[in-house]
Design a protein. Sequence first.
Length: 322
Amino acid sequence: MSWYRNTVWFVKGLREYTRGGYESASKHFNPADVEVDVAGRSFLVTGANSGIGKATAKEIARRGGTVHLVCRNKERAEVARQEIVTETGNQNIFLHIVDLSNPKEIWKFAEKFRNEHKLNVLINNAGCMVNNRELTEDGLEKNFATNTLGTYIMTTALVPLLEKAADARVITVSSGGMLVQKLNISDLQSGNGPFDGTMVYAQNKRQQVVMTEQWAKAHRNIHFSVMHPGWADTPAVRSSMPDFYERMKNSLRTEAQGADTVLWLAVSAEATKLPSGLFFQDRQPVPTHLPLAYTHSPPEDEEKLMEVLEEFSQKFKSASPG
């Protein structure tokens, strides 16, 4: 069945996830949805020094928003920040250096941020696809540490701040790859069997969908969404999936096209008219499972995921400096 799911996903992707799919879908977009002034609203974008994160941050800055860029590499982040300021004329672009694979560092950042800033919209964009099993200094598998636990801690640590805000939103950038994965809570750090970085990444992205659905139930005053940007030409795709990039490079979306739905979810009034907790592609909610796919999980597995992540989170909170 995994062969079937992968094949269906790839064929679907050839049709919908490429630049052609975006161009077809965009014929039905209402440009006015994102032609808005967001001056006075505060946005935090993780992984904002390149790719979809930077494209999103730039478009929010053009609309007057205060943007907090959360990045790992200080030099690249400084270049990105200056580019955004120069191109948009918006001076309210702030930089924070945080390694999203380091949970103690995320806690330290979030607690300081809560005391110093307001926040209306959190955009969880940072991610990684490490193709060999690699452990962080905390002994965590790096993909899980960044994509799942890092997203979980950043979000839950900032929920108290978001709950004070008007029209608060959390958007998480996932991937259509999650469609081929069923939630697997028995091996969250991919220590059993052969390691396939692409499938580990897809499992993390399934976990992000589940987290979003669970957060939406728990925090009614915040609008949560998760989205698939399509297949975009980003530095991460080029470095992590070189064979895929070579095969598909002439059909990939631009970074701005990949970021379009993130922007729409972050700034448009239309997005929050839809229920919280949905999965989006090209400004539309779409199913989180392929037809005939055995990727549905029992509710107790989804609840268990949240319990395990909370245990990890609290362990590293108590160990974080400050």
